[in-house]
Design a protein around this ligand. Structure first.
Ligand code: SAM
Ligand code: FES
Length: 354
């Protein structure tokens, strides 16, 4: 293998930082030997901070209504083919409670940007879950809101927030989103969430339409500098009823390589092996863990609505009951010598502000 590539990867392993051009060089020259070396470094850090443990978070997809029109997303408001649903507050709380019975100590409430749920509604849901289960850690993934709203949810008891930045290139951001959406605003939300004290998850799509190696290099540099507690990445996968229906999906190889690089960049970070990765390859999530990921997010949504939360074509796990999903994941994880743990799973070294 090219000694310049090895030197660059080894520099990253030593310094946990590279210049943009160096990240770009690695991405442009991805090859099986380089992936293998990166995965070896990544697994070493994974072991150091998390042993052979894989954390699970139960995902409740509670609404597929969205005010946004992201060109890649199957539940964008412009998709007239999408059958819409919205879970009642009680049903959302019941899903979380079911998750608790199944052993989950953290739940992710995710949805499109649906302002039908007011701040009061979101706070009621959070308090409703915390009331029955004070030790349940609540993660929100409901998009961009005002700082005052984020503060209210924190006060109500939410402690984590997932908001992928989608891309750290403002030019690419503008190609993936309509004009009314703002790169700066999204990035600012991430800074505010961190400032309030949330454990924050950023993240990006791999090989989204028009994305270059230079764009991906910016994503890695952003993660290196911003240091989110979690970084979720998955391949872009086309959806038949979106403007990107005919675009090519991202590859497993590039996603795995980036997972390893992320682990080396910030060894303590929580890194999920995503459903999108499991969708492009039947063993995608296992391979993701072997490349450095340490989190899985099985679905806790009622099976009656699962198929309607279709962000991209052929999404997996839309038929199984929650209990089946967790049993399936435990089997997959143990088949590669790891172990599913159901505790809340903080980022290694995280100290709560207040
Ligand atoms: N509305 C919330 C938000 O904007 O953060 C959360 C829901 S959103 C559907 C969750 C994530 O799905 C997005 O951040 C995006 O990265 C991912 N996603 C959407 N469409 C996708 C696609 N076609 N392929 C892969 N990932 C996709
Ligand atoms: Fe809103 Fe995808 S466009 S969640």
């Amino acid at each position: 293998m090219d000694s310049k590539l090895i030197e660059t990867l080894d520099k990253l392993n030593r310094e946990h930082s590279l210049e943009l051009e160096e990240y770009q060089l690695l991405i442009e020259n991805i090859n099986p030997d380089l992936m293998k070396r990166a995965a070896e470094y990544a697994v070493k850090y994974q072991e150091q901070f998390y042993g052979k443990k894989v954390f699970v978070r139960g995902l409740v997809e509670f609404t597929n209504y969205c005010k946004n029109d992201c060109y890649y997303c199957g539940i964008r408001r412009g998709n007239r083919e999408c059958e819409r649903y919205r879970l009642r507050k009680d049903d959302i709380i019941a899903c979380a409670n079911e998750g608790y019975q199944l052993g989950f100590r953290t739940v992710v409430l995710q949805g499109g940007e649906d302002y039908t749920y007011s701040d009061e509604d979101i706070c009621e849901i959070i308090k409703g879950i915390k009331q029955s289960h004070p030790d349940m850690v609540i993660t929100l993934s409901i998009g961009e809101r005002e700082r005052s709203s984020y503060e209210a949810y924190y006060e109500a008891g939410a402690r984590r927030f997932l908001l992928r930045h989608e891309t750290a290139s403002s030019e690419l951001y503008d190609k993936l989103h309509p004009e009314e959406m703002s790169f700066e605003h999204r990035m600012n939300c991430l800074r505010e969430l961190k400032d309030i004290g949330y454990q924050v998850g950023a993240g990006f799509m791999v090989q989204s339409p028009g994305q270059t190696a230079a764009d991906l290099a910016k994503d890695l540099k952003f993660i290196e500098e911003f240091k989110p507690d979690m970084c979720g990445i998955g391949p872009f996968i086309s959806h038949k009823d979106t403007p990107f229906a005919k675009e090519e999906s991202g590859t497993m190889e590039m996603t795995l390589f980036l997972l390893s690089l992320l682990r080396i960049i910030y060894p303590q970070m929580l890194i999920p092996a995503t459903t999108a990765l499991g969708t492009i390859d039947p063993k995608g999530r296992e391979k993701g863990i072997l490349a450095g990921a340490n989190v899985l997010m099985p679905n806790l949504s009622p099976t009656s609505v699962r198929k309607m939360y279709t962000l991209y074509d052929n999404k997996i796990c839309t038929g199984e009951e929650a209990a089946e999903c967790i049993a399936c994941l435990k089997g997959r994880v143990s088949s590669i010598g790891y172990e599913v743990v159901t505790d809340a799973g903080n980022r290694a070294g995280f100290i709560e502000k207040r």
